[in-house]
Design a protein around this ligand. Structure first.
Ligand SMILES: [Zn+2]
Length: 166
């Protein structure tokens, strides 16, 4: 067993890591584990290398609300996902000669967010969706963008500046 890591070994370990990542086309019924697919629960932002995704501008308000949403993800058991569009994280060797991938911060995401849309639709997106939007110009389906921005509405509407109070 040599102590150095050949590029081929590193590549192999990375593809192994990526095999955990799951790709779902936007707006397909959400399906994971034992949960049966339901037509009102839709996937958004489950991107993966080898699959093209739409790019384009999104409203600033959408990004702001998305930032807030990913701070309280759910379904953490679904595990970590790594961004497949960023450069591979550097591999370091620890004191016992094992290959270790340091936490690359935002390029890894744990959990997912759920956003209620109109007509009883619920969108499920990985927390990485924020990273995809900010760093890779991913443009989610417009109905998801609208749902996220609508999510901002009722709860955060400020009571000040109303017509009755001035
Ligand atoms: Zn990335």
């Amino acid at each position: 067993m040599g102590r150095s890591v050949s590029p081929a070994t590193v590549a192999a370990s990375c593809s192994l890591l990526h095999s955990w990542h799951m790709f779902f086309p936007d707006l397909t019924p959400y399906e994971y584990g034992y949960e049966l697919p339901r037509s009102n629960v839709l996937n958004v932002g489950w991107l993966a290398r080898g699959h093209t995704f739409p790019v384009g501008p999104v409203p600033e308000a959408f990004v702001n609300e998305l930032r807030r949403l990913v701070k309280s993800p759910e379904n953490l058991y679904r595990g970590y996902h790594t961004c497949e569009f960023c450069p591979e994280p550097p591999i370091v060797i620890d004191s016992e000669g094992r290959r270790v991938i340091p936490p690359p911060g935002e390029t890894m995401g744990n959990g997912e967010i759920r956003v209620a849309g109109s007509r009883g639709i619920v969108y499920v997106a990985p927390v990485l969706v924020l990273h995809y939007v900010e760093k890779h110009s991913y443009q989610p389906p417009i109905e998801f963008v609208r749902a996220v921005m609508a999510n901002d509405g009722p709860k955060r509407r400020k009571p000040t500046r109303g017509p009755q109070r001035r």
